[in-house]
Every structure is written in structure tokens, then in C-alpha cells.
Design a protein around this ligand. Structure first.
Ligand code: FRU
Length: 498
């Protein structure tokens, strides 16, 4: 039976390739999700900006490409990632024109939010005009925002000079093509077209692991916002080395809480966290809704992996949008509340023990479902759920007492996935040894997202089961555990999300 891996309630590229969300903004009564797009094949190619709009973050209407790489300054790699701002009722896109030897910032404007005109003065920003310390070949992903009546831009780059840490070793420069260490820079403008250099964000400071200043890569796709009295910086470091169970993917998405000095660009880092401890999550961007909510959108894929949807002519899915809060010095993420309007066929079960024999609960199954449950690990060594379970396949999500971690194991999920990491089958999320663990799990055909403890941690990953792999079971090994407050819903979006 032909089987499509296309999710039913997540945004996914209609055809061809999609990566980073770009220019996410609420404008003209709708939320806009632009994205890195190659329309001609399901592989990365000369970048366009694809375009979705939504009224509820669940149903996405696809519009014509907002940017196509039709200018000589972007002819090779195309229109890379960037952001959107509204000014005088118009929508401005700031993006990177990418060529093999240089990345420069450009601007395009629209008065209807659909058709964009590139400025005749493009590219408006070059690395060289800002500061000799910026690498011209790695200077991208402008994030523009307003602060005290002026425009500011963050961009990812490599710093060529300056107070690089003394542990700098020649091996980092082995290829010679990308010298310098990854960092972020702040620029300033009064009119969106003329920019000046303020300074670099990450600098040596007490308590900041020098690893963050020695990055052999770029801090891609920065984002900045204030929320709940905190200043939040998001960025995606390439090649950040694994530390314990953190940064298990080759490329990561992190948040930093701290304070940005708008005078010299320094961001004092008070706390760092991994946004998602799963397999597939990158390039998140946020928008602020008229009701004040800060919503995060992200690419729910990862670089340097195989993409099993390619034979279907498309590759690229987006995470279920998340509402953000800052509490107790950390980022809290919960699924956008609009998804609850699509719940159907609720199944409720109060409490049950599992000891040895796995337990199935009538009605708890499906490939497009939400499961909420509280796990009390009790005496079990391992306890959790089998999802997308069929004759040959199962996806495991369980608490492991010895590891003090929630484990997401996709080694037997279905079609195999390959990647550059040593292990692309298992991810661990540190949870310690809690008496209970609240889990909220969203399954969508080829997608798993797990919100842990009310969104204090999240794990996302793609799996490729067969159409028949729709079972679910609760299991415990090496002792007895208890599940309470079980709720299951089908998530039904008539006609699909895209
Ligand atoms: C991040 C990224 C960006 C770049 C874009 C190119 O995923 O590498 O830095 O602008 O993708 O498609």
C-alpha cells in the first residue's frame, strides 16, 4: 500500500525542499511563515523564500515564493535566511544574499505582504564595511528588531581577529577556507538601509565555558526578544561539541538568558539551555502575537541526515508552534493552544500500574494523536511507552533510572535514518530522579514531539513507520511503575495542515 510520510497537522513544504523558518511575523491579520525553499527538487539548492500564512498555527496556506534568487548578487546560493519587520504599514524582509566567497545583507519591501521588491541599493551591508573582524564568507541570517526608537540587527559570523581564547589551535583552521571562531554581532540603523557596527555579542566572562567562544562554525539564525522580564537570545551553533547529554546533534539550537548592551553589543550570559533535546530541531524563530504571546517556529529536521520523504518529492517539516515563557531562569515551551481545537475522540483513564506485562489501553492508538500522561517510575528500572507500534516497528519513549534520563529511541521505528553523528537512533534528556514525570506527546505520521514537565524540556524527532504501525503500549522493566491522568485525543485537521 503506498504510504505517505506527510504529517497531517504540522506545516510541511508542499514540494521540493524546505529548511529554516524565515521572517516569521504577524502582519495584516495573519501570521507569516517564510522559509528557505528550493522548489525544483527535494534537495538543498539555490535558495528562495517560500511563504505560508496561517490564522491559527495549524492550517497553513501556501502562497507564491516571496523571494526568488533573480539578482546577480545572489545568483549562486540564493536568498539565505533572515527576518521581517513592519514599518509604516509595510513589510520589510532582511535576508542574506549568499555567494561562495561572500555573504551580504539585502532588503526587500512589500505593501501587501505577498509581493516583494528588492531594493535597488542591494546588497545594503557588507562585512568589510562593518568591521575587519567579520568574515566576509560567513556573515548571515540577519535578525532585525526595534529597541528604544532605533533598529538593531543580529547576524551570525566568524570573528577573524580580537580576543580569541588562547586555546586557539591550528587544527581548527585545517581547511583554511573558514578561519575564525563563530560569534554573533550587533549592528544599528535609523532607517533599515544604512547600518553601522556595534560589536560582538559573546566575549570571555566568568562562568561562560570558553567552548562557546571557540566554535568551529557559525552561530546561525539568531533571534532576540524580551519575555517575562528576561532578555532571550536564540542561536544555532554549528559543531558545538557534545557535553554530557547536551548538544548530542552535530548542530544545536540554544537559548541564552542575559543582558544585551546596546552600546557595545556585549551579551552578558546568565544561563544557557538546549531548546530541544531530540533529533530534529533547528533554526527556530519567534514572533509576537497581538495578544502578547511569543510563538516559536522551527525547522523539524536536521542537517547532515538522510531525508526519507525525498522519494515523495518533498523534504522539510516544521515543529508544532510553541508558546514561550521564562520561569525560574529557564525557557518554558508549550504547544500552541490553538491545537486543542482540533482534538477529537477523547479517551481518559485515571490510574493503572504496570509490572512486567505491557499494557494497552483501548482507544489509545493512532498515527495523528496527542497523549498526555503522568509517569510515576516507582521501582521500575525503565518505564514508558511504545509508540507507532506494529509487528516489526516501535518507537520507544521511556524513563531510565540508571541514566536519570528520558530516552527517545528510534532504532526500530521503521525506515532507517542515517547521519553524520555516531548515533542517530537515541537521544537522552536529563530529568534526574523525579517521583513523577508529566509527558505530553504529539504523534503525526512521521513526527514525535514530547513536552516534558509542562514544557521545561522538549524532545522532537522524526520517525518513518509503516501505515499499520499505529499501536501504543505502556511498559515497565525491572520493577513496577504507575501511569495516571491518561488522556488521548485524535488530532484531526480536515484536508491536512499544509
Ligand atoms: C541554517 C542555514 C542558515 C542559512 C540557511 C541556508 O540552517 O545554514 O545559516 O542562511 O540555512 O539555507
Amino acid at each position: 500500500m503506498p504510504h505517505s510520510y506527510r504529517p497531517t497537522y504540522h506545516a510541511s513544504v508542499p514540494s521540493g525542499w524546505g529548511n529554516d523558518p524565515n521572517g516569521v511575523i504577524f502582519y495584516g491579520g495573519r501570521a507569516h511563515l517564510f522559509y528557505q525553499h528550493y522548489p525544483h527538487a527535494p534537495i538543498w539548492g539555490t535558495m528562495h523564500w517560500g511563504h505560508f500564512v496561517t490564522r491559527d498555527f495549524v492550517r497553513w496556506q501556501s502562497l507564491p515564493a516571496a523571494l526568488t534568487p533573480d539578482e546577480p548578487y545572489e545568483a549562486v546560493y540564493g536568498c539565505f535566511s533572515g527576518s521581517a519587520v513592519e514599518s509604516d504599514g509595510r513589510l520589510y524582509l532582511l535576508y542574506t544574499a549568499a555567494q561562495p566567497d561572500q555573504q551580504r545583507q539585502c532588503i526587500a519591501v512589500s505593501s501587501d505582504g505577498v509581493r516583494f521588491t528588492k531594493a535597488p541599493g542591494n546588497p545594503i551591508i557588507t562585512a568589510g564595511a562593518m568591521s575587519p573582524e567579520l568574515s566576509p564568507a560567513d556573515f548571515r541570517d540577519p535578525c532585525v528588531f526595534r529597541h528604544e526608537g532605533r533598529w538593531y540587527m543580529l547576524a551570525g559570523t566568524r570573528i577573524l581577529t580580537g580576543d580569541a581564547p588562547s586555546a586557539m589551535t591550528p587544527t581548527l583552521f585545517a581547511e583554511g577556507t573558514h578561519p575564525g571562531f563563530g560569534n554573533l554581532v550587533l549592528l544599528r540603523s535609523d532607517d533599515l538601509y544604512h547600518w553601522s557596527y556595534v560589536g560582538r555579542l559573546l566575549r570571555p566572562q566568568p562562568g561562560l565555558d570558553p567552548e562557546y567562544l571557540r566554535l568551529d562554525g557559525v552561530y546561525e539564525c539568531p533571534d532576540y526578544f524580551t519575555l517575562d522580564g528576561a532578555q532571550v537570545l536564540l542561536a544555532c551553533p554549528q559543531n558545538l561539541p557534545r557535553r554530557g547529554n547536551a548538544w548530542q546533534n552535530l548542530h544545536s539550537a540554544l537559548y541564552m538568558l542575559g543582558a544585551l548592551d546596546f552600546g557595545d553589543g556585549h551579551f552578558r550570559v546568565d544561563a544557557i539551555g538546549e531548546i530541544d533535546a531530540g533529533f530534529d530541531f533547528y533554526a527556530p524563530q519567534t514572533l509576537r502575537m497581538p495578544d502578547g504571546r511569543v510563538i516559536l517556529l522551527a525547522w523539524k529536521e536536521m542537517w547532515d541526515r538522510s531525508y526519507p520523504t525525498q522519494p515523495e518529492g518533498w523534504a522539510g517539516t516544521y515543529a508544532l508552534p510553541r508558546e514561550l515563557r521564562v520561569r525560574d531562569g529557564r525557557l518554558i515551551q508549550t504547544p500552541v493552544r490553538e491545537i486543542e481545537a482540533y482534538r477529537q475522540n477523547p479517551v481518559c483513564r485515571d490510574g493503572f500500574d504496570v509490572d512486567g506485562e505491557e499494557v494497552r489501553v483501548e482507544g489509545v492508538e493512532g498515527q495523528a494523536i496527542e497523549i498526555e500522561v503522568t509517569l510515576e517510575p516507582g521501582t521500575a528500572a525503565r518505564a514508558g511507552m511504545k509508540l507507532f507500534a506494529g509487528r516489526e516497528h516501535e518507537t520507544l519513549l521511556y524513563y531510565d533510572r540508571e541514566l536519570g534520563a528520558l530516552v527517545f529511541d528510534r532504532s526500530r521505528s521503521g525506515q532507517a535514518i542515517t547521519g553524520r553523528e555516531a548515533d542517530v537512533s537515541r537521544r537522552l534528556c536529563d530529568v534526574g530522579h523525579p517521583a513523577r514525570l508529566a509527558l505530553r506527546v504529539f504523534l503525526d505520521v512521521s513526527s514525535v514531539e514530547v513536552f516534558v514537565d509542562g514544557g521545561r524540556q522538549v524532545m522532537s524527532g522524526n520517525v518513518y513507520p509503516d501505515a499499520e504501525d499505529a499501536g501504543a503500549a505502556f511498559f515497565a522493566e525491572g520493577g513496577r511503575c504507575r501511569f495516571t491522568n491518561l488522556r488521548k485525543y485524535d488530532i484531526v485537521v480536515e484536508g491536512g495542515a499544509r
